[in-house]
Structure formats: C-alpha cells, structure tokens
Design a protein around this ligand. Sequence first.
Ligand SMILES: Nc1ncnc2c1ncn2[C@@H]1O[C@H](COP(=O)(O)OP(=O)(O)OP(=O)(O)O)[C@@H](O)[C@H]1O
Length: 300
Amino acid sequence: MNALSLEQVFKQYGDKTAVNGISFDVAPGEIYGLLGANGAGKTTTMRMVLGLIYPDSGRILYNGKAYSKEQLHGLGYLPEERGLYPKVKVSDQILYLAQLRGMSRKDADQNLKRWLDRFGVPEYYNKRVEELSKGNQQKIQFIAAVIHSPRIVIMDEAFSGLDPVNVELLKSTVKELRDAGSSILFSTHRMEHVEELCRNITILHKSNPVLQGNLKAIKQQFPRERIILGTDGEVNGLETLGGVLSVNRHEYGYELMIADEAAGRPILEKAMTQTEVRRFEIMEPTLNEIFIKTVGEKHE
Ligand SMILES: Nc1ncnc2c1ncn2[C@@H]1O[C@H](COP(=O)(O)OP(=O)(O)OP(=O)(O)O)[C@@H](O)[C@H]1O
C-alpha cells in the first residue's frame, strides 16, 4: 500500500488557484520529488499533506486512511523557512517538539543525543540556537523533523544554506531514512539532488502538474541533443556535418548540439580521422534541461 496518496487535490486562495488537481502516490521507502518554479504550488501541496491547510476538493490518504490527529505523529516537516526559537536551548526545543509528536522525554533525549553524535556536534545539546551558524541551525531543524522517526517526511529545500560537506552528510541521512522505510516528499530547485535521490517526480507549473512519473522513463521520452567529444587535438569541419546545430570548443574537446542522434556517427568518424578521441557520448538530457523545456523559463 502507498504511504501517501494524493487524488485530484485542488486548492484556491480567493480567485487564485494555487494547486489545480494534483495526484500522485509515494511508496514506503521512496523519495518523491516535487518540482516547480517559484509560486508553482509546491509549498501549498506540502502544507496540505501536513494537514496545516485543507484541500478544497480531492483526497489525501496516509497508508490508505484519511488525515487524523494520530497521523500527525507519523509526519515530519522540514520547512523552507526555518522555525526554531533563537533564544531557546537546542535540547529544550527539540525535546518539546518531540513530545508534541507523541514521544516520551526519555526516548526523545536518547534520539537527540544519537542524532547530534551522528552529525558530529554533541556539544550543541546545551547551546542556544542563536549561538549556531546558519548551516548548523539547519542540522538542528533537520533533527526536529525526524526525531520521532516519522513514516512520512516532508522536506522543503532540505539542503539550502549548507556547505558541500554538510550537503553530503544530510543527503546520506535522507537515503538512510529511505532505506529504513520512510517515505520522503522532497522539494528543491537543485535538479542534481533530485537526479540523485528521487525515483518519481511531479513538475508543477503555475499550479498545474505538467510532467509526472518515473524519472528514468521521463528522461527516455526526451531526445538526446548533446554530444560530448573529448579529443587530444583540433577537429575541423564539425559544423558542416548534417544535423549539427552548434559546436563549442572546450578545454577537453567539443560540445555539440545535434538535431537527432543520427548526427552522432559522422561526428565520431570525422574526429577519428583527425585526432585521438578520448571520449564520445551522446548525452541523456539532464533534469535541468528537461525542467527548463517543460516550464519554459529560467528558475532559481
Ligand atoms: N496564504 C496564501 N494566500 C494567498 N495566496 C497564496 C497563499 N499561499 C500561497 N499563495 C499563492 O499560491 C501560489 C502557489 O504558492 P506556493 O507557495 O505553493 O508556491 P511554491 O511552488 O512553493 O513556490 P516557491 O518555490 O517560491 O516556494 C502562488 O501564486 C502564491 O502566491
């Protein structure tokens, strides 16, 4: 059974439609990507899943059941806007939140210490939030979202403000949660994180779901239009070949845009007659390219 199912969920603010009929399922042990440009409806969708606001129509099911107070204990939320109290000690704050989610203080304390150790910062237990750097506050906010071992975790820009080492640390933690059976609804503008983590995705555009499904299958639907050609030396005349749309010289060789995959072979043959070819690859489109094509605008 799916851990989370949205069925034709619709939400309007006044006469503005924020989410226009979104449906998707998240299996246990799956990270699901929710993507979209600013204002597309991601946060509204996540807030409905959390029960903070109600859909105008449609249904949200948790393990096949409708929302109830008990479900709240099985949900974890890492909001985009951080919500910790700066003056309050990390331990007081996290233990309070964990108890709200149904944990005993003793169990919560054990879990908190384990998480702080996992993140290599046991000394934060007694610190006030304001004493920590922004990135380290983010780690504490992450702990607040998962301390009660929720079955469904909703993460809005989980890795923003983190340095590369901490991004890797939190990424591996998200994978561990997945492998332990949690379902994660993951929203970000960082497409490379989605490529690494998510099995299935929905792209929202102006409140409408415009592209949805298995990420690998989606990639196969889009044409391969870019060739990476790694060479030792110059290759002349590439731009004259049929189906070649553009040629860019790089340190490693050439990057070519092509009309279709059939243009590939003559490029390779021409290169081989002139120099040593180190690499030749007709590239799968990146999710970033697919996103821009689908949404039709730059995003940040
Ligand atoms: N409380 C509200 N009252 C009125 N309109 C709202 C409210 N919350 C969101 N909206 C509108 O609903 C639409 C979707 O907003 P939402 O915050 O869900 O987008 P988002 O995809 O999360 O964007 P971002 O990437 O910028 O966080 C926007 O047009 C927004 O202005």
